[in-house]
Ligand binder design. Structure first.
Ligand code: DGL
Length: 283
């Protein structure tokens, strides 16, 4: 048995890496649906169908749990699949399996942090609102999942989402550093204009953006705290396996990387994030 990690492309590698560091003995199968990436601008029904197909491929390959290492799939497809597809599929498969997303762990990390900022003004203590900026695909932004889920937990955190329609595609296409940094800067400035100031904290709400996290750090005011989605997911998954011993993550330390797109080496941007060569096999 193994842990399946699914994304439209290379973004989920940022989550995969944190999961592998946390559970090094487990067997991992990564699936990038690069034939259909990016997901962020697709209609919801397509995202549901593509995500289901990815999960089936990973369960066929022996996964006991599939992590949707994709905010767009987690926001749009996860609940639908858990409610309408997984129960029957599990029965047909005849073994326990589950599909988990990455947004709830991220929100738990974001809302568990101290949020209250106090400023001195004219000798009085003035409470300031905690403004959280979320950069995500248009699909995730339109779902309003971060706004809705954070509001359920903390009414005192204001969430502003910035859709970045080109960024995941640019990362998949190995766009140049200047082009990428300009795009990131443009979105940070757009968000700033909408809020009226920079956000107090930020979430990179698309796993691809973690690959250019340094560009977001450079575009935001120095030291802006960023919620670490990969680490939050690793924390949650470790606890999940403790609660679910029936779901076996494997013990062989296997690492398999599959793509529905062109097999072979991944682009330079990805390899420099990865720290070395990385080849995907045909799914
Ligand atoms: N990396 C994915 C996410 O976290 C999907 C990006 C895309 O395919 O548009 O949203």
């Amino acid at each position: 048995m193994s842990i399946g990690v699914f994304d439209s492309g290379v973004g989920g590698l940022t989550v995969h890496r944190a999961l592998v560091n946390r559970l090094p003995q487990a067997d991992f199968i990564y699936l990038a649906d690069q034939a259909n990436a990016p997901y962020g601008g697709r209609p919801g029904e397509e995202i549901v169908d593509l995500t289901r197909a990815g999960c089936e491929r990973l369960f066929d390959a022996g996964a006991s749990v599939v992590i949707l290492a994709c905010n767009t799939a987690s926001a749009i497809a996860l609940r639908r699949l858990q409610q309408t597809w997984l129960p029957g599929y599990r029965k047909a498969l005849g073994r326990p399996v589950n599909v988990l997303g990455i947004i709830v762990p991220t929100i738990e990390a974001a809302t568990g942090l101290p949020w209250e900022h106090e400023a001195e003004r004219r000798g009085e203590k003035v409470e300031q609102l905690d403004v959280l900026g979320v950069f995500s695909t248009p699909g995730t932004t339109a779902s309003r999942v971060y706004e809705i889920e954070i509001d359920k937990r903390r009414q005192d955190v204001a969430v502003f989402s910035e859709p970045c329609p080109n960024l995941a595609r640019m990362i998949e296409a190995d766009a140049g550093a200047v082009e990428l940094a300009t795009e990131v800067e443009r979105h940070v400035q757009q968000l700033k204009t909408r809020i009226g100031r920079y956000p107090d904290r930020a979430i990179l709400g698309c796993t691809h953006y973690e690959i250019v996290a340094d560009m977001f750090r450079a575009a935001l005011p120095a030291g802006t705290p960023m919620i670490q989605q990969p680490q939050a997911t690793a924390d949650a998954l470790e606890l999940y396996f403790q609660r679910h011993p029936e779901l076996n993550p494997g013990t062989g330390g296997g690492r398999t990387f599959l793509t529905t797109g062109a097999p072979g080496p991944q682009n330079g941007l990805v390899e420099s994030f990865w720290g070395g060569p990385l080849r995907f096999e045909a799914a």
